[in-house]
Write a protein that binds this ligand. Structure first.
Ligand SMILES: Nc1nc2c(ncn2[C@@H]2O[C@@H]3COP(=O)(O)O[C@H]4[C@@H](O)[C@H](n5cnc6c(=O)[nH]c(N)nc65)O[C@@H]4COP(=O)(O)O[C@H]3[C@H]2O)c(=O)[nH]1
Length: 531
């Protein structure tokens, strides 16, 4: 990634960091407010429904008791029962016998009372009266519930007499046998009978309509729904209250993120510049970590690991600078430098150690064209080495672009240079994907070796990786072996090679040569410092 690209990505990142968190916070405030208010509205609707269910239940029970009396609907016995039902019920105001729309006798006494016009007859034969003229008031607040010869009267406000913390809440009950456009049977405030359609097959639902947050709940006992509508303005207030807390916090977080992006971009650019400078000023060198044959303890080769020492003496690890080099397009130059350093270090070493191998790491970029093939051929020519002396290590990530990596790897293998898949198990490769490549070695990553003999959930993975390597006919190299127990386990499970601090840390080429000269290739020293 060039400087300008880093800048562009950073600008986009900063803009997003400033816009996205407050936007997310605002959405979260809306979501939370809606959730809270919906729960509240559903609570009101359920309360109305519970009261009406209870009223209906008590009315039916009372009527059934009166129907069971054999002594006539207005007999003294029946009237005594009416008074008893009236007194003991919590919701019914009166109960009586009706004939031709007139209450003949009731728990209130003998005086005949006309119930006025029928408001509605349900499919189950229940008749409702909603404008019963009692006393001087033509439109009294009583509602009549008639089944057969008897009617129960209750106060219209009773089911709606639910306490609401929010002002302006509308409450109502709609009968499902009424036409869709019909009015609610009882209501307080604005209630639209059509809101019930939003229930569909559910038992309750909430939605925003006509300036209200509406909750509709269906009764499981009667064909009715309870409705509560909280003014939308209240929802907006709640959203604003929450947003006042969430948005500033998210803006701060976004700002911190933006600052982090700017700092990271600056570091990226300055690290990229330093990398180029480091290449010009020869600040890179190679360290070599021995690869050991597990059955014999023989050093059969080394892995060349790149190191960067800044003029300040600071040592920067490849984990940091390889990623920056890959992102800033300097990686090919870095690989070139690795080959130059190898050529310089090796001299004619491999001519005298024909069985020894050198493993070097390649990046995804190196595999995008066959330039690397020519560069390695040149290295072989200059050092007098054979292709079998070289192993290239590629990570699973580098193999993602199979279309370009595949032919390059095939070209290397065609020349006799072997290929190892590095950090196996940490990337994205699927088995079928790996099978489409021709490989020689599989390197088992340190993170799996660490789990050997532990109770870590991934401790079984090593066995699977070993099985995969066997199935694919690959030789194995275990990385990061630090204990005898790990080495023993690996040897017992047929892993041929290993590297790690148990055997030796990475060392300079000079130290490698003197260790080999001193002890032959069966050295068993823990070589000095990993520079
Ligand atoms: N804790 C622990 N660590 C151990 C042990 N034995 C070896 N290691 C470390 O594990 C890493 C092994 O290299 P890698 O998996 O190829 O992983 C390498 C490789 O992917 C990459 N790298 C190194 N040199 C080059 C290079 O020249 N070119 C490219 N493209 N990548 C390189 O950087 C990665 C990191 O390299 P290093 O920092 O040198 O870290 C090395 C090595 O120092 C052990 O017993 N315990």
């Amino acid at each position: 990634m060039e400087k300008r690209l880093v800048f562009a990505v950073a600008v986009v990142g900063v803009v997003l960091a400033i816009i996205v968190p407050p936007w997310l916070a605002w959405n979260e405030a809306q979501r939370q407010a809606y959730q809270t208010e919906s729960t509240l509205a559903l609570g009101y609707a359920k309360d109305v429904l519970r009261r009406l269910d209870e009223t209906g239940g008590q009315s039916l029970q009372g009527i059934e008791r009166l129907e069971r009396i054999g002594s006539g609907p207005c007999s003294p016995e029946a009237q005594a029962l009416m008074r008893q039902i009236d007194l003991t019920s919590t919701y019914i105001q009166a109960i009586g016998h009706i004939s031709n729309g007139t209450l003949i006798c009731s728990s209130m006494g003998y005086a005949p009372v006309s119930l006025g016009a029928q408001a509605f007859r349900s499919s189950t034969g229940v008749i409702l009266y909603t404008a019963i003229p009692i006393g001087d008031s033509i439109m009294s607040r009583l509602v009549g519930f008639q089944r057969g010869k008897f009617v129960a009267l209750f106060h219209r406000d009773l089911p709606l007499d639910t306490w609401t913390a929010v002002p302006g809440v509308s409450l109502g009950v709609v009968h499902l046998d009424l036409p869709v456009t019909g009015d609610p049977i009882i209501h307080r405030g604005h209630v639209d009978g059509r809101w019930r359609l939003r229930l569909e097959r559910r038992f309750d639902t909430t939605f925003v309509a006509d300036g209200y947050l509406v909750a509709v709940v269906r009764s499981r006992r009667f064909p009715i729904v309870g409705i509560a509508a909280v003014p939308e303005i209240h929802l907006s207030h709640q959203t604003m209250n929450l947003a006042k807390r969430l948005v500033p916090a998210s803006m701060l977080a976004g700002l911190a993120l933006a600052v982090a992006i700017v700092l990271l971009a600056r570091r990226q650019v300055s690290l990229a510049n330093s990398l180029r400078q480091g290449l010009r000023h020869h600040e890179f060198f190679l360290a070599y970590q021995p690869v050991v044959e597990l059955t014999s303890g023989r050093w059969v080769g080394v892995e060349a690991l790149l190191r960067w020492r800044r003029p300040t003496g600071e040592l920067i690890g490849p984990d940091v600078f390889i990623a920056v080099a890959e992102q800033t397009g300097t990686i090919n130059r870095l690989t070139e430098r690795v080959l130059e350093l190898l050529q310089h270090d090796l001299g004619d070493f491999l001519v005298h150690h024909p069985e020894f191998h050198i493993a070097l790491n390649l990046s995804a970029h190196d595999l995008t064209c066959d330039n690397i093939v020519r560069m390695l051929e040149r290295l072989l020519m200059e050092t007098g080495a054979k292709p079998a002396n070289l192993i290239v290590e590629v990570t699973e990530r580098a193999l993602l672009d199979l279309a370009s990596a595949g032919p390059v790897l095939a070209a290397l293998r065609a020349r006799g240079i072997e290929v190892a898949i590095d950090d196996f198990g940490t990337g994205y490769s699927s088995l079928s994907y790996l099978e489409s490549l021709e490989l020689d070695f599989l390197k088992i990553d340190r993170c799996f070796i660490e789990t050997i003999g532990t109770r870590a959930p991934t401790s079984q993975v090593v066995q699977h990786i070993i099985a995969i390597a066997r199935t694919m006919g690959l030789r194995m190299v275990a990385e990061g072996v630090e204990t005898e127990a790990q080495a023993r386990y690996l040897a017992e499970h047929g892993v041929q090679y290993a590297q790690g601090w148990l055997f030796a840390k990475a060392m300079s080429f000079k130290e490698l040569v003197s260790a080999l000269n001193e002890h032959g290739s069966t050295v068993n020293v823990t070589a000095t410092n990993d520079r």
